[in-house]
Design a protein around this ligand. Structure first.
Ligand code: E4P
Length: 260
């Protein structure tokens, strides 16, 4: 698929897609507006394990981190200490979740979490109280991740409340025989109807690489991925097999690139 700029002064890009070519249409007539997200999908890691985050951050491919109360509990660490360490390791947003369930408590906790570092994104649950807290925190200039989203209407309200990101949980929907990725498609379609809506879709509760592939096909903004799934995304057995064969053949030549 080749993308071409028709008018340099225009922000609209056009592309020729095989699926759009119609008999009798010229190349120019077959051009359709390029549909794509503004930036490449971002990758967050979903963990409070500092060593995992350090290792993945070293790749330069990590755009942020999400945690939740269960992940902090699993780390066995103090929430303030562990979030501070994570915020030192990554430049991007680090979600830390409130545990109060009413507005005032959520806002107070959110402000405390935000005091840890500038890149803390406060996570609130998708309840009425959470939506109210989202609005308050957003008006105070604090980035908010509205989490535990399971329906398109919940996502709409999160956007309306000023969420920086909304987190639909695909794996937990799949777990109860509902189509998690269909929810992502619904939210993408709805959000795209209302530009310049800026709330980003953060695909959460990812269980396997195909969730990531589908999220990218749909044009989700961010995937938050467990460390083991993140590592699997760049691996393929044929890559390993191919590399082994190349190096075995190369070894037989007796050559060394640095000694030629
Ligand atoms: C996202 O922010 C959540 O922490 C996470 O993706 C939940 O995933 P789970 O359903 O695997 O617990």
């Amino acid at each position: 698929m080749d993308a071409v700029e028709l008018a340099p002064e225009s922000a609209i890009r056009y592309t020729s897609r095989a699926t759009s070519l119609q008999p009798g249409l010229s190349y120019a007539e077959s051009l359709v507006p390029f549909v794509g997200t503004r930036t490449l999908m971002k990758f967050f890691v979903d963990t409070a394990d500092v060593e995992e985050i350090r290792d993945l951050a070293a790749t330069g491919l990590l755009d942020g981190v999400t945690t939740n109360p269960s992940l902090v509990a699993k780390s066995g660490r103090d929430v303030f200490e562990v979030l501070a360490e994570i915020c030192d390791l990554v430049e991007g947003p680090v979600s830390g979740e409130v545990t109060a369930i009413e507005h005032d408590g959520m806002v107070t906790e959110g402000r405390r979490l935000r005091d840890i570092a500038d890149n803390v994104m406060v996570k609130v649950p998708l309840t009425w109280e959470g939506l109210k807290a989202c609005r308050t925190l957003n008006q105070a200039g604090i980035q908010v991740n509205v989490t535990l989203c399971f329906s398109p209407t919940q996502a709409l309200f999160a956007a309306k409340a000023g969420a920086t990101v909304v987190s639909p949980f695909v794996g937990r929907l799949d777990d109860i025989s509902q189509d998690g990725m269909a929810l992502i498609q619904d939210i993408r379609t709805i959000f795209d109807n209302y530009e310049p809506l800026t709330t980003e879709i953060l695909v959460a509760s990812i269980r396997h690489p195909m969730h990531v592939v589908e999220a990218a096909r749909i044009g989700a903004d961010i995937c938050t991925v467990p460390p083991q799934v993140m590592r699997s995304l760049a691996s393929h057995p044929l890559t390993d097999k191919g590399l082994d064969a190349f190096l075995a053949d190369w070894g037989r030549t007796g050559q060394n690139i640095l000694e030629q």
